[in-house]
Design a protein around this ligand. Structure first.
Ligand code: AHR
Length: 494
């Protein structure tokens, strides 16, 4: 039993550049995200470089992480940057009130984060504290990080071991101001944005992209107010959207679920399409020249936390289903590449839809990690129109397209096609007519597994991983693909 879909691929109609930053990551002081997941300290028995886990750094390097957002999230609006500088044993210890009520030792601070981004070869996206901090604190933090000349703050940075200023390409003015960032009304938040961003200044010759704290999923009124009141005072506006099957608060299992939860999760992930479209429509009205970018700077699945772990740690498993959630997001964001210039999955290690899970000295790569790795050719590629005519995959009252996809011309000049088969029971034959394609050969890789709940464990870390795919042919300008059920396939046309 098979479905069949048709498609047209227009290699002769190059579109917008798919920003590499849509493959960005988010790392908050939350559970084992930083402590244990990235940072173990120099004295740890776990092999590390200056305190950073070697295994995690090495794995992250392989997916070309373009940007990391830090220190939060909700944590950012309670973060006082001075707590995290200077000798580690003298740093202020505080309570992480948002995430599990645990002790925050502040041993991972500005220097450790910036050093980490340099180790990874990635860009820094620092979120400032609007909710409980002052414009002055924000201004001083930015000066501490970026000033080269003679100022007390620059001297202090040097005394703390960093001579040259760091690069600060992105700075967030608060986070979720409608919630943990201050419980503000949209108009109030927009005015506060105008005020705080005034004091975020970098020295001449440097540029910092100022990101305004955006809407909670479909709160279009928020985007409307932000753009109307503060649109001229920002380079980017964020939006957060989580895939939460079973509704809020998150209560669905991350790894024990049935087909109803599978389709519900994918349907919920697909909603990001309408969401981006509608936020963009509002931005287009206020900013027809497209000066302000839209950043989906928190996204991903949010399930019930794993048993035996502090529920405030948001520690969940990651299955094949999560890889499909990721592929759908990548396809959709590529389509909105003209406006969507960054996204940060929540979160990088051990938290929510993580790339990597760790347990003491052990590490595993999740199916989501593999989706990021497989989509690497999309980074800074050129979007190509790829129109699919697909039957539905239906269960109960829920309907989603059986096949989803996107296409790009990579920086290497080759055309890449992504195809996801959402149907867990039926393979799909896809026949795509192409135009403007010089390629004559096709090769590919596939991510799939025997069960919808398939996932990697510390005992069996390679249950879900990419394999060579030989189910595609290209002849006479027609691309034919036999997609296995529940799979993500990436094709390179050469
Ligand atoms: O990613 C976890 C939390 O989700 C973030 O701290 C917050 O911004 C959002 O509500």
């Amino acid at each position: 039993d098979k479905t069949s879909a048709t498609a047209t691929l227009r290699a002769d109609q190059p579109g917008d550049t798919v920003s590499r930053y849509i493959f960005g990551q988010f790392a908050e002081h939350l559970g084992y995200g930083i402590y244990g997941g990235i940072w173990v300290g120099e004295d740890s028995k776990i092999p590390n470089t200056r305190g950073y886990r070697n295994d995690v750094v090495e794995a992250l390097k392989k997916i070309d992480v373009p940007v990391v957002r830090w220190p939060g999230g909700c944590f950012a609006d309670e973060y006082y940057w001075r707590d995290g500088i200077g000798p580690r044993d003298k740093r202020r210890v505080k309570i992480n009130t948002h995430w599990g009520g645990v002790t925050e030792p502040n041993s991972f601070g500005t220097h450790e984060f910036m050093d980490f981004t340099e180790l990874l070869g990635t860009d820094a996206y620092v979120s400032g504290n609007v909710g409980s901090g002052s414009p002055r604190e924000m201004a001083e933090w930015v000066e501490y990080m970026t000033y080269e000349g003679a100022s007390s703050l620059a001297e202090e940075r040097r005394a703390n071991g960093r001579d040259k200023p760091w690069k600060l390409p992105f700075f967030g003015i608060g986070n979720e101001m409608w919630g943990c960032g201050g419980n503000l009304a949209a108009e109030q938040a927009a005015n506060l944005h105008r005020q705080y961003q005034t004091f975020v200044k970098v020295p001449a010759g440097q540029h910092v992209t100022k990101v305004a704290a955006g809407a909670n999923s479909d709160d279009y009124n928020w985007t409307e107010a932000m753009m109307r009141i503060a649109g001229k005072h920002m380079d980017a506006l964020s939006v957060h959207y989580y895939t939460v099957p079973g509704g809020w608060p998150p209560r669905a299992s991350s790894f024990e679920f049935d087909e109803a939860a599978w389709i519900e999760t994918l349907a919920s992930a697909l909603k990001v399409d309408e969401l981006l479209r509608r936020h963009i429509e509002i931005m287009d009205r206020h900013d027809p020249e497209g000066k302000v970018a839209l950043y989906l700077d928190e996204w991903g699945t949010w399930y019930e936390g794993l048993e035996g772990v502090n529920p405030g740690f948001l520690h969940q498993q990651n299955t094949l289903r999560d890889a499909l959630v990721a592929s759908l997001h990548f396809d959709i964001m590529s389509r909105y590449a003209g406006r969507v210039k960054m996204a940060n999955i929540a979160q990088m290690v051990n938290v929510l839809q993580a790339m990597i899970l760790t347990k003491d000295a052990q590490m595993l790569l999740t199916p989501t990690y593999h989706a990021f790795e497989m989509y690497k050719p999309w980074q800074d590629a050129t979007h190509l129109p790829f129109k699919l005519e697909t039957p539905d995959y239906r269960l109960g009252d829920t309907t989603v397209p059986a096949v989803h996809g996107s296409a790009v011309r990579g920086k290497d000049g080759h055309v890449y096609v992504a195809l996801t088969n959402l149907d867990p029971n039926r393979a799909a034959s896809v026949s795509a007519s192409t135009s403007g394609l010089q390629a004559t050969a096709v090769s590919g890789r596939v991510l799939t597994a025997g069960a919808i709940t398939a996932h990697n464990t510390f005992e069996q870390p390679e249950q879900v991983k990419p394999a060579t795919f030989d189910g595609a042919t290209l002849s006479g300008g027609t691309l034919r693909v036999e997609l296995p059920a529940k799979s993500v396939v990436i094709l390179q046309l050469q």
